[in-house]
Write a protein that binds this ligand. Structure first.
Ligand code: PA5
Length: 427
């Protein structure tokens, strides 16, 4: 169960007083007749997803797990962040799984690309290339390089068997390539944009390869739809409303805070979801993310006493998967025996409480608290859906299209012109 606590936002926001605007925005989501309405395929996905494809994903994942040492996930933005966020959140940062997942195609850095290619030289690897368009430069270049390596190692025919493509069903360069070489294909539905695609094959295949129970994850989304697909008593819409109200109250920055390093990539996914959905028409909150207590030793000073530009949204996992007990030490030279026998979770939670009081009471930083019981595959599915609903709500309250990203094209056009890509000549 996800709970949104409004007690620390330093003002009153009454959900019921905003029911009319919330109802209006909710109808835009449900009827798909608002800006970007053609990209609301994710909203009722638990009811509409392709069950046969799910079975195929699970089967392919098992084959990859049983036959390869590494899965190279080749994608960027919405075609990669969700899978990475979910895998790290559920498997941790030092997973001991029999298969390794490496993320590729999300950078043009020759240093990183070369390092990965060198590493793969002596590994048995498969590729999951994920791109709706198939023309995204970072992903396409990386895929070409990885494919070349695979072909050099295995020959064309065998290499094709190790490549899995997730792309649009009807169009695009990757679809053509997959058809030509016979790669196994999975679909990114045309009515779902990249940053809302984690519940499709985009997220599910890498997650299943990482050993995650994707059925439970999808079930979390279904639970999410039941709880957050309505107006009454909806914590997701409440969170969307709070963000909107705090933005109007003069806070242009939202910082998502968690106390779990394995949620750093969740923060990256969340930044894309909210930033790309909301940051347009010279409006919207700047989404930032931090991990406490780590970042209290770097950003803590700014949050406490710097420009009063931000509010915090703190994600609290009530029951972490494990705990570690502080041991006794005979000498106690580090002065830690007062914590002897206590769990680190207890210490972390006290840090949380102390920080909340410091930021709220002394720093006057509004805090939205989002808590969930535990973070398993189902809980994570519910959480990601919660954020997607909240994001659509915030954007419609702010009168922007949550599902396009016109601004992203500007740099691409410049880059293509500078690189001499045909059709993008400098004017
Ligand atoms: O959310 C989005 O739309 C973007 O982040 C895209 O997912 C990203 O640019 C990758 O695009 P594509 O899947 O076409 O390679």
């Amino acid at each position: 169960m996800i709970n949104v606590d409004t007690k620390h936002i330093l003002r009153e926001v009454d959900y019921d007083a905003h029911l009319e605007e919330i109802q209006k925005a909710h109808e835009l989501i449900e009827k798909r007749n608002g800006p970007g309405g053609d990209y609301l395929g994710w909203a009722h996905y638990p009811e509409t997803y392709d069950k046969e494809e799910l079975e195929r994903i699970i089967k392919a994942a098992k084959h990859i797990r049983d036959n390869y040492e590494v899965l190279l996930v080749c994608g960027i933005g919405g075609s990669y962040l969700g899978a990475r966020a979910a895998i790290e959140a559920l498997n941790g940062l030092l997973g001991k799984d029999k298969i390794e997942i490496i993320y590729f195609g999300q950078t043009l850095s020759p240093t990183y690309v070369k390092q990965v290619l060198d590493y793969l030289e002596n590994k048995k690897f498969a590729i999951n290339v994920i791109s709706k368009s198939g023309t995204t430069t970072e992903t396409a270049v990386a895929f070409r390089l990885a494919r070349d390596l695979l072909v050099r190692k295995l020959g064309k025919e065998e290499a094709a068997k190790a490549i899995y493509a997730t792309t649009d069903k009807e169009k695009g360069a990757l679809l053509q390539l997959s058809k030509k070489y016979g790669y196994e294909r999975f679909v990114l539905p045309s009515d779902i944009g990249g940053r809302y695609s984690v519940f499709t094959a985009v997220g599910l295949l890498p997650m299943a390869v990482a050993g995650i129970d994707v059925r439970a994850f999808l079930n979390g989304m279904k639970i999410g739809l039941e709880k957050y697909g309505k107006v009454e008593n909806n914590p997701a819409y409440l969170y969307g409303l709070l963000r909107h109200e705090l933005y109007k109250a003069g806070y242009p920055v939202e910082m998502l805070v968690s106390y779990e390093p394995s949620l750093v990539q969740l923060g990256e996914w969340w930044k894309q979801l909210f930033g790309e959905s909301e940051g347009k028409e010279h409006t919207g909150l700047l989404p930032d993310a931090a991990t406490f207590t780590t970042d209290l030793h770097s950003l803590g000073q700014f949050i406490q006493e710097g420009s009063p530009v931000l509010f915090e949204t703190v994600l609290d996992i009530i029951h972490p998967a494990v705990d570690v007990i502080v041991p006794h030490d005979e000498d106690d030279l580090d002065g830690l025996n007062y914590l002897e026998g206590k769990g680190l979770d207890y210490v972390n939670k006290k840090a949380h409480d102390g920080t909340l009081a410091a930021h709220e009471e002394v720093g006057k930083v509004p805090n939205i608290l989002i808590s969930l019981d535990k973070l398993d595959a189902e809980g994570l599915g519910e959480l990601l859906y919660f954020f997607m609903r909240a994001c659509a709500m915030s954007c419609y309250l702010n009168n922007v299209n949550p599902f396009n990203q016109p601004g992203v094209e500007v740099y691409k056009k410049n880059m293509f012109a500078l690189l001499g890509k045909p059709g993008y000549e400098k004017k």
